[in-house]
Design a protein around this ligand. Sequence first.
Ligand code: PBG
Length: 327
Amino acid sequence: MSFPLARPRRLRRSPALRRLVADVRVAPADLVLPVFVKEGLSSPHPISSMPGVVQHTPDSLRKAVSEAAAAGVGGVILFGIPTSKDATGSQADAEDGVVQRALTDVVEEVGDALVVMTDLCLDEYTDHGHCGLLTDAGEVDNDSTLERYASIAVAQAQAGSQVIAPSGMMDGQVAAIRRSLDSQGFSHLPILSYSTKYASAFYGPFREAAECAPSFGDRAAYQQDGARSADEGVREALSDIAEGADAVMVKPALAYLDVVRAVSQAVDVPVAAYQVSGEYAMVEAAAAQGWIDRERVIREQLVSIKRAGASMVLTYWATEAAGWLRV
Ligand code: PBG
């Protein structure tokens, strides 16, 4: 009988050994908390498909952001829901628009304790729920949408956004936003591009949270098709970097970890991954039934996203997870 000389189990024997040799770590500073702020609310409004997540009032938003900062979370990303929507999403770049006002508040509250980012898109602001302007035939028109994005970027910058994160998947959006920011004195402001974003059913609960379900059709004509190889995701990331993106994102996370890996190997800028609303909802739903160990599943998913190569993770669990990760 011959016994193995190599015994990988040696390094697994105790928690201390496992901790010593672990080389994938998730730190609170790697996490970004997405937050929703809705105009005209008198108290925070729970999102039924995302237990624990709410649409905020200005006050509850301040509180959530300062709790995130106290927990060591790296950043927050703001989504706004206006009371009035129209065909061009005019509230998105209104000086007193919901996100612009929230920004002023939040930046005043937390200063530089964490990074205050803004999602830049039109779907929360248009009455049709699409991420851009429509042609008469009802198609999302790329180039006129770019002009809207360029203007929204400046409105967010003027209100104090510290990172602009365009998520609309229009071709050329990073270049348009970069040029517009530069021309208005914001050449120092970074762009975190949702470069590699798939048309995904995992966004379902977000559409309740941000009240942005398209009133007709879907987003498959601008978001990516998951049945294309990861190379397309890499190409999207590289073209955004060429247009001036300072960091890129892959979204959703778990079902696209191969893409996270491919993008992170191909680029030399920070790569974020967005653990989206449907990923959150599935874990919460199974945990509520007692079918899985909630905290262990969340930790395992965060580690897997970092192991794939992401340096930042957008997650609705950011504040809570930061609490466990600090100890
Ligand atoms: C678009 C946007 C979406 C999400 C973030 N930005 C929705 C969509 O593309 O349909 C989804 C995030 C999530 O599901 O958590 N503004």
